[in-house]
Design a protein around this ligand. Structure first.
Ligand code: HEC
Ligand code: HEC
Ligand code: HEC
Ligand code: HEC
Length: 379
């Protein structure tokens, strides 16, 4: 009991308000402001209905649902607009003209509305970028191998490769920054979601161990690779999503690629490291990297599930973290969720917590997570 009381006092202190704390000992309770739901409804009908509906359902995509949202969060959000921490122009204007009592009443009203009914996620590729990528990858198998493990000399393996690098590589072919290749014809029709999904799929495949190539001396290549390891990782297994792994790559392709940095591939940092190498040294380095063991860079098949499991630590319906006002996001409007997550990622919305959480996410992952949450029944 003692512990419980301490928790309540702490959370009340952190929140600076105690409106809906349960079990606060009556004699310690500060003056209570009780919300007037009837007045809140009248206010909503006049000021909010056009956009948020009287039932709290966003009138068009990208307007958040307010129905059944946590009361404390609604008040906090209105304050954030009022104080300029959230920058949406219309909402700042609206919030600026509301009194504390208006905010309290309208928040209580919308929080008391039943949650908006959700639709199951559409099969638009966003629900599972991995499954979408797998479907598209069938067109690449002819050259790059069944799961991106190429056995054609000169054609690179894509299995286990770093995903951001794969997207950049595709874009480089499209922008003609790499020499024409037989695959050019396939790429122009791909959307950004397609490219990111393909990259996620290939990054998640297990690279197979290669036999020694018919040229080069791997033992002689190893010391030459010392300088490469700073970027390409120990034994060529990269840990940076924009730097390619070299481990387990086709040796012919590695030779071609290294030489290409002296001519067609315009990357100053790479050119610096490979201009001084003789042809024999290039072959030795390629032979060394080709036989190194690589690993998958991503776990794409369970990515959305793994990420949302982390979100649930704060956003699950039954979690209430003292000192933190966490909004409900299940059943929220999908386009609004996308906008909100992008705003955190791009530093347009203040929240150190959410910023850290959403920082590494590409647009396709943000869209996937948003599809997932929008399709979950709200509670
Ligand atoms: C002109 C249309 C419009 C009107 C009128 C309007 N809103 Fe909004 N509201 C929006 C949009 C759009 C957003 C999302 C803004 C953003 O991205 O920050 C929003 C966001 C919000 C949020 C933040 C929700 C969240 O999940 O973070 C709250 C709370 C809110 N509005 C409350 C109200 C209240 C209360 C009223 C009436 C007093 C109102 N709004 C009137 C369009 C409107
Ligand atoms: C007709 C054969 C062919 C097909 C089909 C093909 N590719 Fe390629 N791909 C190649 C060759 C050859 C190269 C190496 C070109 C070079 O030297 O730059 C390559 C290179 C690449 C690279 C660069 C890899 C790296 O390590 O830099 C990526 C990424 C790629 N392909 C993706 C794809 C995707 C995705 C598809 C399916 C949509 C596809 N390719 C279909 C032959 C093909
Ligand atoms: C300063 C960091 C850095 C160092 C050091 C470095 N690289 Fe790279 N390397 C990169 C980056 C970044 C890319 C991707 C560039 C691009 O998009 O074309 C790359 C690309 C490559 C590629 C193309 C891979 C592919 O799949 O097409 C090869 C091969 C390569 N590097 C070999 C080497 C070798 C060999 C060394 C050492 C002699 C080396 N690199 C040193 C950063 C580095
Ligand atoms: C450590 C706790 C925590 C974790 C973990 C967390 N969030 Fe949040 N989230 C918050 C808090 C606190 C806010 C309110 C911040 C604010 O007022 O802007 C928030 C706000 C949001 C919003 C804005 C909702 C709205 O109505 O405007 C979205 C969307 C969101 N989180 C999604 C996610 C997703 C997706 C994940 C997992 C990838 C996640 N969050 C993980 C604490 C967390």
């Amino acid at each position: 009991m003692k512990r419980l009381t301490l928790g309540i006092v702490l959370s009340a202190a952190l929140l600076g308000c105690s409106d809906d704390e349960q079990g606060m000992p009556a004699k310690d309770a500060p003056e209570k402001h009780t919300a007037d739901v009837v007045a809140g409804k009248a206010f909503a009908a006049q000021e909010c209905k056009a956009c948020h509906g009287l039932d709290g359902k966003g009138a068009v995509p990208a307007i958040p649902h307010l129905a059944a949202q946590r009361e404390r969060y609604l008040i906090a959000a209105l304050n954030a607009y009022k104080e300029g921490k959230r920058t949406h122009a219309a909402l700042r204007e609206i919030a600026a003209h509301m009194t504390d009592a208006d905010a309290r009443n309208v928040a209580a009203y919308y929080a008391s509305q039943p949650p908006v009914k959700t639709k199951p996620a559409a099969d638009d590729g966003f629900a599972s970028p991995y499954a979408h990528g797998k479907k598209l990858a069938a067109a690449c198998a002819r050259c790059h191998g069944e799961d991106g493990n190429s056995s054609t000399p000169g054609t690179p393996s894509l299995a286990g490769q770093q995903p951001r690098y794969l997207v950049v590589a595709m874009q480089e072919y499209l922008k003609k920054e790499r020499k024409a290749s037989p695959m050019h014809a396939l790429l122009p029709g791909l959307t950004q979601l397609d490219k990111e999904s393909l990259a996620l799929y290939f990054a998640s495949q297990a690279p197979v161990q290669r036999a020694a190539p018919p040229f080069g001396d791997a033992a002689a290549g190893e010391p030459l690779s010392a300088v490469c390891g700073g970027c390409h990782g120990s034994h060529g297994v990269s840990t940076d999503s924009a730097t390619p792994s070299l481990a387990g790559q086709d040796a012919h392709y590695l030779v071609d690629a290294i030489k290409a940095y002296r001519t067609t591939r315009q990357r100053e940092n790479m050119r610096l490291y490979v201009t001084g190498l003789s042809d024999t040294e290039v072959q030795n380095i390629a032979a060394f990297y080709a036989v190194q063991k690589s690993t998958a860079a991503e776990k794409g098949e369970t990515l959305v599930k793994d990420l949302t499991a982390k979100c649930e630590r704060c956003h699950a319906a039954d979690v209430d973290i003292p000192g933190m006002v966490v909004p409900k996001i299940r059943g929220q409007d999908r386009d609004y969720l996308v906008m909100a997550l992008r705003a955190y990622r791009d530093d347009r919305r203040e929240s150190s917590m959410m910023h850290k959480m959403s920082l590494p996410y590409s647009d396709s992952i943000i869209e996937s997570i948003s599809s997932f949450y929008a399709s979950q029944p709200a509670r």
